[in-house]
Design a protein around this ligand. Sequence first.
Ligand code: SF4
Length: 384
Amino acid sequence: MNIDDLVSRHRGMLEDSPLNQVAEWKAKHPGSKIVGCYPVYTPVELIHAAGILPVGILGGGNRLEIAHADSRFQSFVCSIVKSTLELGLTGSLDSLDGIVFHSICDPARNLASVFKRNFPRLQVDYIHFPQNMTSPHTENYLAAEYQKLRSSYEQLAGRHVTDDDLRNSICLYNEQRKLIRDLYRTRRETPQNLSTLETYVLTRIGTLIPPEEHIQVLRESTAALRHRDEKPKDRIKVVLEGSFCEQPPLELIESLEAAGCYILDDDFLLGWRWFEQDIPLDGEPIHNLARAYLHQSVYSGVKHDTRQPKAKHLIDKVRETGASAVVILAAKFCEPALFDYALYRRALEKEGIPHLYLEFEEKMWLFDKARTEVETFVESMLFD
Ligand code: SF4
């Protein structure tokens, strides 16, 4: 299959109702269990090692009408919190046996409690990620959090999870993440041959299907990409930042590119590509997962790490990719993204790197305004 066919097949699945995929998978695998993972990062290996399928619960997209959840939250809460509750209230999460939230922000924290109260059938787990990355106790603390999760999934699956089970799952997800990194590298080096939308579709489909299947999709895509050899267009090269949790609509990603940008790097679906190197397999797997979070994970607006300023990471990313500008694409009412923007803006101005700030909502339908803003920004750079 060529890359166009691969992407359009999977784009169709995402545009339909992504969670239908998950329900269909469950119907074909009677007795199986599924756990939903709210963004940003979940140690999916702990779920997979128990024989449970971890899937991404990444909001409702722009085809879901919010009819019930709006009245249960304040108006100044981001869309993904409301759409996730709406999915639950309208039965779209019925195929899940559990769901896991994390300490990323107050709305996500509250959503975990709302889920516990409203959906007693679901096993709701919660991870308190460390706020202090430098304490000598942090690794043991996080390993204990992960051990709690492992016991929880052992109970849900009704089976014991051995260290070897966990190592096998780490090995599998290492392979998946490596192939995603390869895809990102191809896009960064030859953006004319792989668009951001294509990269996104091929990555996001992996949040809905077993990792073994996703690895096959990624291998097929890598092979198909070898036959693509497009001429570069006259576009500016940018890094996109700010969409680490709520995801923008596919059409918005498409519009940004069509407006004249090659996006060399982004932070979409960040939790599914959380590690820059493989997680080691030797030693105690729970501690390896905890150490990887502390020392090998990417920066993000929801990871509290004072060892290096986030703005420095962004500037480094711009320099390393060879981008000439930054597009900040932040979800409306996302406090972590807005707090980061204040830091990013100061650092970008100091370094003389142009940037454009845009806000989005996952339920948005009209993209002309965003496209015009990007076109104006691109023109100001191309003809300056
Ligand atoms: S989009 Fe931002 S505010 Fe909303 S749940 Fe995610 S991190 Fe929290």
